[in-house]
Design a protein around this ligand. Structure first.
Ligand SMILES: Cc1cc2nc3c(=O)[nH]c(=O)nc-3n(C[C@H](O)[C@H](O)[C@H](O)COP(=O)(O)OP(=O)(O)OC[C@H]3O[C@@H](n4cnc5c(N)ncnc54)[C@H](O)[C@@H]3O)c2cc1C
Length: 377
């Protein structure tokens, strides 16, 4: 029986561990947190992410936990329109989904066979003629395949790709879900989804239906050292005077709802996301391979594409060539999305004054990022 160690139990790692176990691998899943917990926020899933979920057999309950996001337009902080709603021509709009719902689907997808070890922070990765192995300084885990799904600051990627680091894009971001029992009623005429740009800042919100309200705020600058209550006070100040419902959403948010995250990208991007090692090898998936700013909201969808592609590449045959094929397919695809992300960045987070937004440029970037030929293309 082939063996795999998956490092990191985020979306990429959970999807990979389940896919490998279902394909008959003996899987050990290592996570530095003590237990497997869903991310506290929500996220947008584009049709390519939904297709990847389907390829992984995990899309079954998606309709019941997701809400469609119609083209909602883009506003200035005073409420006037930069892009009128409905002007966008994105053919297949995305859905928004609470992380808890996705997490439950992934945990169910692990089945009974995955050996889950919490509290293990991988610090080293062996690259030699032997099989790959990772360790936390106390225990070594060896396997035919190691899947590095340990996020943007991946210790395994740093070992495999000399000089690779996660570099800030000069922004910090906050996400929060206001649970339904505390969520404010949206004022009359305020749509359930919206996006506003001004002064280099960006605020996006989505109704999650019965689950509450989700928002994302992006602000120029570094991560804030203050405790969450201090960060919330800053956000209320930075977004003061923005049109409804921005103020209402920030007022209804509690410090515990907040998740602060860096915005940046892996640089240099690895030449390949599949690295043969001895008779086995490493696969980099998700942010560990290619974290990028969230302008196109594609990070999770890309992680799921990675895993669907890896799942297909690993069917039969020797591991080394399968990993090289995986790496080749994913490197080319990610380079294309990164290019679109940079185009979107110039529109959505301009350094100078924002006077107009051409929705066609955003539509083109979103359409190109969403185009994914499937696990073999
Ligand atoms: C503000 C913001 C908004 C976003 N919005 C969206 C969106 O709407 N849609 C979308 O698709 N994407 C979005 N993204 C991106 C998305 O969140 C990420 O791309 C995605 O979560 C990456 O998943 P992952 O599993 O690769 O990594 P992670 O979610 O980072 O998971 C990594 C896991 O590995 C564990 N770990 C880390 N290091 C170690 C170690 N050394 N040993 C053991 N375990 C370790 C961590 O604890 C964690 O559980 C957004 C990102 C930001 C910052």
């Amino acid at each position: 029986m082939r063996t795999a160690v998956v490092v990191g139990a985020g979306i990429g790692g959970l999807a990979a561990a389940g896919a490998l176990a279902r394909a008959g691998w003996k899987v050990t899943l290592l996570e530095r947190e003590d237990r497997l917990r869903p991310g506290r926020a929500a996220m947008v899933l584009w049709p390519n992410g939904v297709r990847a979920l389907r390829a992984l057999g995990l899309a079954g309950g998606l309709d019941s936990i997701s809400t469609a996001v119609p083209p909602a337009g883009i506003r200035r902080p005073d409420g006037t329109w930069l892009v009128q709603p409905g002007v966008s021509e994105v053919e297949s709009p995305p859905v928004v989904v609470h992380r808890e719902g996705l997490h439950d689907a992934f945990i169910a997808g692990l089945g009974e066979q995955v050996d889950v070890r919490g509290g293990i922070e991988v610090k080293s990765a062996r690259v030699s003629r032997d099989r790959p192995a990772v360790g936390d300084g106390r225990v070594t885990f060896e396997a035919d395949l190691v899947v590095a799904a340990d996020g943007a600051d991946s210790a395994i990627r740093r070992r495999l790709v000399a000089g690779s680091t996660f570099a800030s894009a000069g922004y910090a971001a906050w996400r929060a879900v206001i649970p339904w029992f505390r969520a404010p009623e949206l004022p009359d005429g305020v749509p359930p989804h919206g996006e506003t740009l001004g002064g280099g800042q960006r605020f996006e919100y989505h109704s999650l239906g019965e689950r509450g309200l989700y928002w994302v705020a992006t602000v120029p600058g570094a991560l804030r050292p203050e405790p969450p209550a201090g960060q919330l006070a800053l956000l209320r100040r930075w977004f003061a005077g923005w049109h409804p419902p921005v103020g209402q959403l920030l007022a209804a948010t509690e410090a515990d709802d907040l998740v602060q995250e860096p915005v940046g990208e892996v640089t240099p991007m690895p030449d390949s996301f599949g690295v043969p090692c001895g008779p086995g090898g490493y696969a980099l998936v998700g942010d560990a391979a290619h974290a990028m700013p969230h302008h196109l909201a594609q990070g999770a969808s890309l992680a799921l594409e990675d895993v669907a592609t890896l799942q297909t590449a690993l069917v039969g045959g020797a591991l080394g060539p399968a990993l090289l094929e995986y790496g080749r397919l994913r490197r080319a695809r990610i380079a294309r999305v990164l290019q679109q992300s940079k185009k979107a960045a110039a529109v959505l987070q301009p350094r100078g004054r924002l006077t107009r937004v051409n929705p066609r440029n955003l539509d083109r970037a979103a359409a190109a990022a969403t185009e994914w030929a499937g696990p073999t293309g």
